[in-house]
Design a protein around this ligand. Structure first.
Ligand code: NAD
Length: 472
């Protein structure tokens, strides 16, 4: 498969990027360049936003059934590319192929299917006294996305925006742009009206910043780091543009003393290490009741030792590399500092063996982590789990909430009502009780510095709507 791309998608067609500057895409397993893509400029962003602006009135006025039919065509074209999508994400990100097939390729299709159905429903209008309250599309959407679940994070913006009647300009992560090209191949095949979806690849400081600052972008929908999110919110504030921010996390997995410990620890470790720990919702802090703590630490260490590192295309591999050398070095530095701060290494660590080639970090479990230390406070984004003892439910809630983030979390107890009481007190956008499955129709988003707004399902659709009151 020839992976190199030279075009941008503007106004309904592939257009050669006018500037010859390119970005190298790396395979983090082989440490080789596998493709180049255009380094889009502010001028490319301007053309894309112009095309989206011109498409706005027509798309906003398109009947819901026709918008749903267009999304359905994208779904079919994307589904036929599932294998390529999984392989491409395994190549450019390093997600093991089995996981890439299920999550990186499968989840975006599930999300898109949900929005085909939501798009088909006419927008609800209701009465408040003498007012008719209507929902209308917010306008042109600038979508800026990261690399860790690259297609899912695009789809969580693109599908609801299009369903609501908003044209989109997408700037995907420069680390994983190839999967975005596959999506736009599908969009091109599906034949959406010109300008309704546009793709500009490029770096954050150039193409991303230009999109966030563009005066004709009505809503900037961003997923990525809290540092960049803060910058985007500042830029958008200058013109009072709306922002939706999905940012970092440092989620707590609370294991009460009456939990099914073996399951809680096994699922908890799996969650923390999913996608090599490069998951914003990862339960990176395991809080365990003191009476079960020693047992939990041992179970976690044993589970981590069973994770096989290696080539994402090898069916026995459970953990691939991290996305880049920089990310690997950052994660290792965090581990070294965490140990210097008093954490007790029980699995993995900076000296543990990893494959010679590739940006690998061994699955690492550190016990006795101080809840105030950097290891427990900073988002590490690698396969690193901190285990912390807690005295009772009250203490567990206090430690769980001792974070500037608030994205996800979990509670385990054989008494579901007790787990629910703890879940309600956690200041976080989502909590899973006893390993309940992810629900792609439920609202997804963060409290505190984990973000602003919600994605997915009907709540995700609301983000792309304005509300109008008409009095009569
Ligand atoms: P990042 O913030 O570096 O980059 C995200 C996107 O923003 C990329 O497309 C990048 O090119 C762009 N960007 C960078 N600087 C920019 C600027 N000045 N102006 C405009 N755009 C700019 O984040 P990342 O390293 O790609 O992703 C990892 C981070 O994202 C982690 O912190 C993770 O927790 C977070 N994340 C959050 C969620 C969520 O849903 N809450 C999901 C995935 C990742």
């Amino acid at each position: 498969m020839d992976l190199a791309r030279t075009d941008l998608y503007l106004d309904g067609r592939w257009v050669p990027a006018p500037d010859t500057a390119t970005i190298e895409v790396w395979n983090p397993t082989t440490e080789e360049v596998i493709a180049t893509v255009p380094a889009g400029t502010a001028s490319d962003v301007d053309k894309a936003v112009g095309a989206a602006r011109a498409a706005f009135d027509g798309w906003a006025a398109t009947a819901p059934a026709d918008r749903a039919a267009a999304l359905d065509r994208v779904h079919a074209a994307l589904a036929s590319r599932s294998d390529d999508i999984a392989r491409t994400v395994a190549l450019e990100l390093g997600t093991p192929l089995k996981v890439a097939t299920r999550i990186q390729a499968g989840l975006p299709l599930t999300v898109l299917r949900g929005y085909v159905e939501l798009a088909a429903r006419p927008t609800e209008e209701h009465r408040v006294g003498n007012s008719l309250v209507a929902r209308e599309p917010v306008g042109v959407v600038g979508a800026i996305t990261p690399w860790n679940y690259p297609l899912h994070q695009i789809m969580a913006k693109l599908a609801p925006a299009l369903a609501a009647g908003c044209p989109v300009v997408l700037k995907p992560s420069e680390l994983t742009p190839l999967v975005a090209y596959l999506l736009f191949d599908a969009i091109d095949e599906a034949g959406l009206p010109p300008g309704v979806v546009n793709l500009v690849t490029g770096t954050g400081p150039e193409a991303g910043a230009a999109l966030a600052a563009h005066p004709d972008v009505d809503l900037v929908s961003f997923t990525g780091s809290t540092v960049t999110g803060r910058r985007i919110a500042r830029v958008a504030a200058d013109r009072i543009a709306r922002v939706a921010l999905e940012l970092g996390g440092k989620s707590a997995n609370v294991i009460l003393e009456d939990a099914d410990l073996a399951t809680a620890v096994k699922v908890g470790v799996g969650n923390a290490f999913l996608n090599s720990g490069q998951t914003c919702t990862a339960w990176t802090r395991m809080l365990v009741h003191r009476s079960r703590y020693a047992e939990a630490v041992e179970l976690a260490a044993r589970a981590a030792a069973g994770y096989r590192l290696g080539d994402p295309f090898d069916p026995d591999t459970r953990l691939g590399p991290l996305v880049s050398a920089a990310q690997r070095d950052r994660v290792r530095d965090h581990v070294v500092r965490g140990l210097a701060d008093g954490g007790r290494l029980v699995a993995g660590g900076p000296e543990a063996p990893v494959p010679d080639r590739g940006y690998f970090v061994a699955p690492t479990v550190i016990a006795d982590v101080d809840p105030d230390s950097a290891l427990a406070q900073e988002e590490i984004f690698g396969p690193v789990l901190s285990v912390i003892p807690v005295d009772n439910d009250e203490h567990a809630v206090a430690v769980a909430n001792n974070s500037r983030y608030g994205l996800a979390g979990a509670v385990w107890s054989l008494d579901e009502e007790r787990a629910l009481r703890v879940a309600r007190r956690m200041r976080t956008g989502a909590v899973d009780i006893n390993g309940a499955p992810f629900n792609p129709l439920a609202p997804f988003g963060g409290y505190k510095q984990s973000g602003v707004g919600r994605e997915l399902g009907s709540y995700g659709l609301d983000e792309f709507c304005e509300v109008k009151a008409i009095q009569r």
